[in-house]
Ligand binder design. Structure first.
Ligand SMILES: Nc1ncnc2c1ncn2[C@@H]1O[C@H](COP(=O)(O)OP(=O)(O)O)[C@@H](O)[C@H]1O
Ligand SMILES: [Mg+2]
Length: 372
């Protein structure tokens, strides 16, 4: 294996990807039937990796992928959507080329692929040169319409993956969300995958009957990686590297990470870098300290954010310590309710049948270490 085999924080879709067989089958099932899907899980659980893994196996469809976290305006989103359509037929930075007159559509594109230029010419091209006179809202809606037209004109179905979908509410009011939905719900050639990290917000967008995206897509809630597939992967990697690691040690790694994909792959990265001949308890301790160490900066920022709001940190701390948050004496029950709701909305805590837990168990461990 080469030097940079593991890379911190980048979504993975190659042989480093483990587990998620059931979820991949679900994606295949729904998208094969042109049914849109929404994937909900806290950050680091592996949403982006899962979708990228799935898409890496799709060969007969157009793929449009955008991460809303990356864009600052609706115009940027719309530009990206149209560019990504063209990338499917080998044209990079189509918008720029169109505007600078470098791309001559009718002939060049039509010769590159069997493309029905009729649709694109009438509906698309002349409008590109007039995007300045469209409002940003109109342009965004137009870009979403464009995906379907593009699919139609190439004779292929499209899969449109919108990552961090909840970010859209940062740009859009309810009215435009409603218009967006009415455009995409009639599309016959485009299926959507939405993913988002603020579980409650995503749930609201898709499960609240007052929200425009209600019942638009099947909801898939992504949980921890299942332990069996992680241990299988770990054993395979250890064998390859001629390292000895017994099953209970692998299980300890899994437990420390709470099954969260990001920490599992981070732990494997450190083990792979250290390459001990045997994974002793000391080695595992060292791995855990390293995981905490590289996460500390992010955790400190989370702590600062929690401290800004009265009692938030205290409540998170009680949950991290496995104590019932309602035992907190400093504030009233009603206030605790509101705070718990808000923490759940932000994906910091998860509601389980027997109470609340932190969605990030390693963050919990960090809090216990630095604050007790
Ligand atoms: N199925 C998986 N197998 C291996 N590593 C994974 C898997 N899913 C996620 N990861 C690791 O976790 C990290 C975070 O995953 P990502 O897909 O970006 O999560 P999310 O989109 O939910 O925030 C990735 O950098 C990758 O290293
Ligand atoms: Mg992601």
């Amino acid at each position: 294996m080469s030097g940079g085999y593991f890379e911190i924080g980048k979504p993975v879709s190659d042989e480093r990807f483990f587990g998620r067989k059931k979820e991949l089958a679900q994606l295949e099932f729904f998208l094969h039937n042109n049914q849109s899907i929404v994937i909900i899980a806290p950050r680091k659980y592996g949403k982006t990796s899962l979708v990228k893994k799935y898409l890496s196996c799709v060969t007969d469809k157009l793929i449009i992928e955008i991460d809303l976290m990356r864009y600052l305006s609706k115009k940027e989103i719309a530009d990206a959507v149209i560019d990504k359509c063209y990338e499917n037929i080998g044209t990079k930075k189509a918008i720029h080329q169109m505007k600078s007159g470098m791309l001559s559509f009718s002939k060049k594109l039509a010769s590159m692929v069997k493309i029905n230029m009729g649709v694109l010419e009438l509906e698309g091209l002349e409008r590109f040169f007039h995007t300045d006179v469209m409002s940003e809202d109109e342009y965004l809606l137009y870009a979403f319409e464009f995906v379907e037209k593009f699919a139609l004109s190439t004779g292929k179905k499209a899969i449109f993956f919108i990552d961090e979908f909840a970010e859209l509410s940062k740009f859009s009011d309810t009215a435009i969300m409603g218009q967006l939905r009415s455009i995409i719900q009639h599309q016959q050639h485009t299926a959507y995958i939405f993913a988002g990290s603020q579980p409650t917000l995503m749930n609201t967008l898709f499960l609240d009957k007052n929200e425009p995206f209600f019942k638009f897509a099947t909801v898939l809630t992504l949980g921890a990686i299942d332990e069996k597939s992680f241990s299988q992967y770990a054993r395979m990697l250890f064998e390859k590297e001629k390292m000895i690691c017994d099953d209970s040690t692998i299980s300890d790694i899994y437990t420390f990470c709470g099954g969260v994909a990001y920490y599992l792959s981070l732990s494997m990265m450190f083990l792979w870098m250290m390459k001990p001949s045997t994974c002793t308890p000391q080695i595992i301790d060292e791995v855990q300290s390293k995981v905490l160490e590289v996460s500390a900066f992010g955790f400190e920022n989370e702590i600062i954010a929690l401290k800004r709001r009265k009692y938030f940190l205290e409540i998170v701390l009680t949950i991290a310590n496995g104590t019932n948050p309602y035992t907190l004496k400093t504030t009233q029950r009603q206030n605790i309710n509101t705070i718990l709701k808000s923490l759940e909305l932000d994906g910091v805590i998860l509601k389980k049948t027997d109470g609340f837990v932190l969605s990030d168990t390693v963050f919990g461990k960090y809090l216990r270490t630095v604050m007790g």
